[in-house]
Design a protein around this ligand. Structure first.
Ligand SMILES: Nc1ncnc2c1ncn2[C@@H]1O[C@H](COP(=O)(O)OP(=O)(O)OP(=O)(O)O)[C@@H](O)[C@H]1O
Ligand SMILES: [Mg+2]
Length: 295
């Protein structure tokens, strides 16, 4: 069982200060109270040729929760995240962000716009610039907040410069939070796999998201690395109030850190609720046992 971030002693006190400075003032346009609907997936369907990757899937994610998406291989988990972040366009259905407080309809919006609205993600296979340093990769994560393009930057040099300093300050705070100071100037490609996964979380965090979508952030890690990553995810959620949608295969981690769990199987949502209820759900047991039988 993971210790709550509130039980982690003096070192944690320091990290709490870091994240408070980094996030408190702006969660990208989401001013929702904890528990309010943050992300509504409404009857979303997606097909690839004859494959129904998502079949009429509806689920709600509320502000401030860690909501796990689980299911056997090929169940449609990544496809759902791709629809939310704009990489795939669903055949049908709606995806509404921030409780529909403005026209935040994700099913038809471009990925860059969705990122500006406050949705950041990590990928199942690490998507970083391997030859660039950790710092540069994180600064690239900030670009959604840069208001100046090249030409205006030359005219309004002072303001652009001030903005750049602010971006760097925030990125340094993310580096401190994830304890990757020692790797700041190293090319990402030279780092151990577990650290690269942490940098990818950092790139998403640098966007200061209201909603963080994580696609198997602990895949391929050893037990210790998984525990560290789970704590970082908990910190971001509990201290900064960032809503997290987490795809993860490790059931122990899922049951430990999520408030609610939704289960996909062959593109269908077969269960959604608190971890204890989902763990005992017959359809869920069947989906997982079925997988073991065919494995
Ligand atoms: N771009 C694509 N082109 C064709 N088929 C796709 C594409 N993306 C996903 N699929 C198919 O859609 C289904 C769901 O895939 P998806 O990657 O969403 O599953 P998943 O639950 O993330 O699985 P895993 O646990 O293995 O990552 C699979 O049958 C997959 O082959
Ligand atoms: Mg996947």
């Amino acid at each position: 069982m993971l210790a709550s971030p509130h039980q982690q002693g003096a070192q944690h006190g320091c990290r709490r200060a870091v994240i408070t400075r980094a996030y408190r003032h702006d969660l990208n346009g989401s001013h929702l109270e904890p528990g309010a609907p943050q992300l509504e997936v409404d009857r979303v369907s997606l097909t690839f040729g004859g494959v129904r990757a998502l079949d009429d899937v509806s689920l709600d994610v509320v502000q401030g929760e860690i909501h796990a998406i689980i299911g056997p291989n090929g169940a449609g988990k990544t496809s759902l995240l791709n629809c939310i972040s704009g990489l795939y366009r669903p055949d049908g259905g709606r995806i509404i962000l921030h409780g529909g407080d403005a026209d935040h309809s994700l099913a038809r919006a471009r990925p860059s716009r969705i990122a500006r609205w406050g949705v950041a993600r990590s990928f199942q296979n690490i998507e970083l610039f391997r030859h660039l340093s950790v710092l540069d990769n994180l600064l690239l994560g900030r670009h959604v907040h840069m208001r100046h393009r090249l030409l205006p930057s030359l005219w309004y040099w002072g303001s652009a410069r001030r903005q750049e300093i602010a971006q760097r300050d925030l990125v340094e705070e993310v580096i401190d939070l994830l304890e990757i100071q020692a790797h700041r100037h190293k090319p990402v490609g030279s780092l151990a796999y577990g650290i690269q996964k942490r940098v990818e979380l950092g790139r998403a965090l640098a966007m200061q998201p209201a909603v963080l979508l994580l696609d198997e952030p602990m895949a391929g890690m050893n037990v210790e690395e998984k525990e560290d990553m789970a704590r970082y995810v908990l910190d971001v959620n509990e201290l900064a109030g960032v809503t997290v949608v987490l795809i993860e295969h490790d059931m122990e981690v899922v049951m430990d850190i999520s408030r609610r769990v939704s289960v996909l199987d062959f593109g269908l949502l077969i269960a959604s609720g608190p971890p204890d209820a989902v763990r005992q759900d017959e359809k869920v047991l069947e989906a997982y046992l079925g997988q073991e039988h065919t494995a």
